[in-house]
Design a protein around this ligand. Sequence first.
Ligand code: HEM
Length: 293
Amino acid sequence: MIMSLEPSGEEQERFRANFKIISSSFASMPFKIPGTAFHRGIKARDSMYAMIDSIIAKRRNGEVIQQDFLESLIIKHSKGTNTIDNEDNKLTDQQMKDNILTLLVAGHDTTTAALTWLVKFLGENPAVLEQLREEHLQIQANRKDGTNLTWSEVNNMPYTNKVISETLRRATILPWYSRKAAQDFEIDGYNIKKGWSINLDVVSIHHDPETFPDPEKFDPSRFDAPLKTFSYLGFGSGPRMCPGMNLAKLEICIFIHHLVCKYKWRTLEKDDSVQPTLVRMPKNKYPIMVEPL
Ligand code: HEM
């Protein structure tokens, strides 16, 4: 979808290996010294840049044509192409590479973690799973044989949306992110100065018992009524809110549809601890055994 890599190709494997190194260097100290996680991350990033360069070159000389995000960037941002955009607004190749890498890095581990937590919470809450399955079996029953999930079906999954929001609240995949104060202000007796970095403790916000009574409980009905502004930040809020939200939700809805309509599963290893990484994941990655229904 972003740059159409062949799932089983050699290029995909090299990408995957570099990607893993980059992910594990996220929260490292920025010391560019050989042997450090940061140094390994920079080297993996440079190797990804080289791969994206060669993909962009193949696209530019017409060797490969795809309908994906990279193609639309190339078409829109090639200098001298006949679009209404000002030449000064066009992205350089370096900026295109950075955009591609940002989307891959920001979109991969987050979505993987969301799906993992979802499977865990559904397994632990059979009544929720049953209600979710009912919604999806109904969608399937209303459909003509052999047709795929449609856009309007995906946009009409009210219970599924609540399950996704409750998964992101309870798991809080990005436990914190920051903002820079645009002006001096005071909050709860604390004076914040213009230019300070403020870290939001989203885990605490998502587990505030005043907004979410019995906060450890997995309960999608919390989202039956609108919540207080800024109390749910699964995808953040404001101008820097996650730009991949709709794509992530689409992927999760499709995953849920196939999972609950076709499969049952059981947990192989019970463990409630959370991996202390930037993207929160069950520590044991939550292995399951899946069987057809
Ligand atoms: C379930 C999956 C995902 C979750 C839980 C998630 C969550 C978040 C959160 C909490 C933020 C910070 C928002 C803020 O500062 O207000 C963020 C930012 C971002 N996300 Fe996502 N995200 C997900 C999937 C994706 C996907 C699929 C993409 C792209 C393909 C993506 C791209 C980004 C980018 C580029 C930013 C930075 C935005 C900026 O700083 O302006 N995310 N995401």
